[in-house]
Design a protein around this ligand. Sequence first.
Ligand SMILES: [Zn+2]
Length: 432
Amino acid sequence: MSTPDHGSPEHPDGVVQLCSDLIRIDTSPAGNGERAAAEFVAAELSGMGLEPELFEHLPRRSSVVARLGGTDPARPALLVQMHLDVVAADAAAWSVPPFSGEVDDGQVWGRGAVDMKDMVAMVITALRLKLASGWRPTRDIVVALLADEEMGGREGAGWLVEAHPDLFEGCREAIGEAGGFSHELGDGRRAYFVQIAEKGITWLRLAAHGQGGHGSLIHAGNPIAKLAEAVLRVQRYVPPHRASESTQAAVAAARGWTGEQDPDSAFDAVGPVGRLLRPTLRNTFSITRLAAGVQHNVVPFRAEASIDGRFVPGYETELLAEIRQLVGDLVDVEVVHAGRAVQTSFDGATPDAIRAAIEKEDPGATVVPTCLPIGTDGKHFDRLGIRNFGFVPLLLPAGYDFASMFHGVDERVPVSSLAAGVRILQSFFDEC
Ligand SMILES: [Zn+2]
């Protein structure tokens, strides 16, 4: 990238400044800034006439909830849920300091730019503009800004759902992560992928055992070698297709756009966004960590690997059967964390408002409901019977590699996308 421009970048309706300010509050685990971010957004909401409340299960792990009263008490409330935390960023790999919030080259740079301080900035800006015009929503809108999503949400959404379910009283539908982003179809039209399902999580530990001992002796049952064989089997394994309701519309759309009939080939041919869609076709296993050995001349008695397993809604049992069959008796398989899958259908007041808002901003656009592989706080709110729609509206430039931005180096969001997102959310709040 070019040298960061500290001049006077465009700040459409303040959303760029707000996004940049939020990125500068380091809410990664090392930054410990969730309370500062919560106090910052609470002040913004207070300034708009809302009455936000801060909640902490653990010290400094803050969430904020505010309810905007609607004019029609007969209508169910809408939840707008976002997380304030971000994942770590290794500054050595970045073009800009990851918590600088630089605005340069028409983009806002920094950790959280798309995951998901963009949405926090867009929602606050859209609601501020609507309220300033004298608007009131017909249904109650509950705005929740949450801690700990990236680590599973147990200190944020998970705890609030258990300890303070009253905050979400009357909510039947939610918007939040992930989805809502556009994809250029090549003929000038765009598709917007809205998340209606998320894959479930099964984090596994593979453990190999042996006698261990002196490195000068012969060790037929070396646990490192057994573990290595097991993880190679995992890496080479291609799991079978697992069809789910939530992927049907995206598969059909991709076939139509590309002419490819095989679902994997069709998603591949769609473009970079295919990286987000392909994992929804099957259970997946990513090897994420290895641990073994203490000293150069000691064969260890144990070796471990971490596997991030993700299952298609309805196929959790199959995931465990797949991995056990794969590794046989080379290693023990242990589940260390489980997160439910969720799935809903794309019908009702909120999907109607999503379609209308996108159509108004981008006439002729197609809305494609889909499953996404990324876990979200939607799974916690699902326990209260709240249907989650992943809708973080971003009109992205053609060819933009959105999938690589999530947890990636040089995470950034185009200013034009934020501006369009604010307009789409304003229309959405009008319609919802
Ligand atoms: Zn996120």
